[in-house]
Structure formats: C-alpha cells, structure tokens
Write a new protein. Sequence first.
Length: 328
Amino acid sequence: MQRSTIFKVCTLAGLFGAGIIYLMNASWLAPIPQGKPTLISHRGVYQTYNRENLTRDECTATRIYPPQHAYLENTIASMEAAFANGADIVEIDIHPTTDGEFAVFHDWTLDCRTDGTGITREHSLANLKTLDIGYGYTFDGGITFPFRGQGIGLLPSLQEVLQQFPGKPFLLNIKSNDPTEAEKLDAYLRRYQLPVNSRLMAYGGARPIHRLRELRPDALAFSRDSAKKCALGYWLIGWSGYIPQTCRNSIVMAPNTWHWALWGWPNRFIDRISRSGSLAIVLDHRGDKYGLTAIYQPEDLNYLPENYNGVIWVEKIEVIGPLLQAGR
C-alpha cells in the first residue's frame, strides 16, 4: 500500500474517531437541565473581608468591610438567614472539643475573633460557649468593634445545628488532617442519630476524608487531594463516559476557567457527575493564592450556561440567592 493511501486511511480513521468522541461528549445531545441551581452558602451569612495581600495566618476579623448586616459566621442565626435567602446547603466548620462535642467555629485558634486564647480544640464546648465570638471584628483598624459584646454564647455545637435544622443539608469542613477525627465524627453523629433525612457531606484533609469514606461509603466527602485526582482522571478518560472512582460519591470541582477541560461541559458533564452519585460545584477561578473561592459578585454568574442546574458555591448568599430566585 502506498504511503499516500496509508496517510489517507489514518487521517480518515482519526477524523472518524474524533467525530465519535465529539458526539459522545456533545452537551447539546445530553438531557436538557431541569430545575434551579443548588446553592451552597459558605459560612452562612457572614461578615466578608478584604482578601487583598492576605497572608495565611492573618486575622480576617480585622479586615471586614463596613457591616451591612449583623450576622456572624457559623452561628444559628447566620444559617437561618442563609436558608431564608435561598441556600440549599450551608457550609460550616467543625472542631472536636475536650468534652466529646464538636464545636462549630472557623478558626484553629480563638485569638482572632473571640476574647479567648489558645487552640480551639483544646477547650471544652462549655468553655467555648462563654466566649464572645464577635469580640475581634473591626473594619476601621481597631477604632471601633461593632460586634463586641454581641457574640456571647452564640458558638453552637454540631448537634445543636443539625437538630435545629432537621432535613437541611450541611457541608462539614473538618479542620485537621487527623484520620481519628473522622472516627470521632462518625461516632458522634451515630450517638445523636444525625444527620436526619439528609446525606452527610464533608471535606477537609486527605487522611480524615479517606477514613470517613471508609466508615460511610454513602457520604459525599472530598479533600483537595481527591479533587485533584478526580480532575486529572476525568481529563484523561472522561471523554469515554467513564467516571473515575475518585469522582464518585464525591464533590467534583468545576472552576469557571477549567470548563474547556471538562468533557461534555455543561449538560453532559453535569449529567454524568449526577449519575455517579456526586455533585459538580462551580467555583470562582480567581480565588486567592491559597486556592479557589466561592462566587462573590452577581457578574461572576454571567459565564454560567442558560438553564444551568448544577451546584454553585456562594460567598454572599444574601446577594446571590435572591438574584437567582428572581431569575437573574
């Protein structure tokens, strides 16, 4: 066979293969999305802050913008407000305590936001409840502290949160990389028979998340490590329609500048991820030097396709939620 003939055969075979791959991943051939997006509210309704030149260990409570509401993150009131503004899921941060509870609080230490000191998990829940969690907030460099004295007793336990909102889903942020923390969390939830009528969702360090997935195979759980493995695996073989194991029963990240790498984006991709028992979550690509962030501004929604019904990680639910409820 002449070289030109071989070249033509190879070219036609390549074109045929490319066509098959295109059709297998054509978004327009996938089911048309139905329903509205699922919104995850980061920390509930809370005091957002200036991220410019932010360092890893800097106290963000001293960088808040002038307050536009009175809610403090990770409190019952902030969660109620988040659900009222359209949140389907609220993300919260948890720490084990010395008296066998789990405290809902963001920071590894108490010194930034509260009038306490030391590592959060080295305190009892009873002690944490005596603290003023609004103590350290300031927007004017320490001239005024608008929430000082208003946060006493507002730090909740995980039990209190889940019992306050039965059936409402929460995304739990495990704040360590200790695998025994997953075992403590599993035992804690079983003791209180929680969550009620909702699926356990969690993220955090690779080791506790791996252990949690062993203990609760039906949980939606992911770490930064598993998210990276999922993204790489899907980029390599997702074109075939096969979903890598690391993308199953998980939360799959879909940063808004990586859509070119997501085979079948948006409709086919979201359909595949949904059928694998996972959630595909849209994030803001810009974030900061420590990683991706949630959607902050209404204009950040403009890149979403029409009829998008996947999950959106939202930073200001009190702004984004009503906007999406009104149909953008």
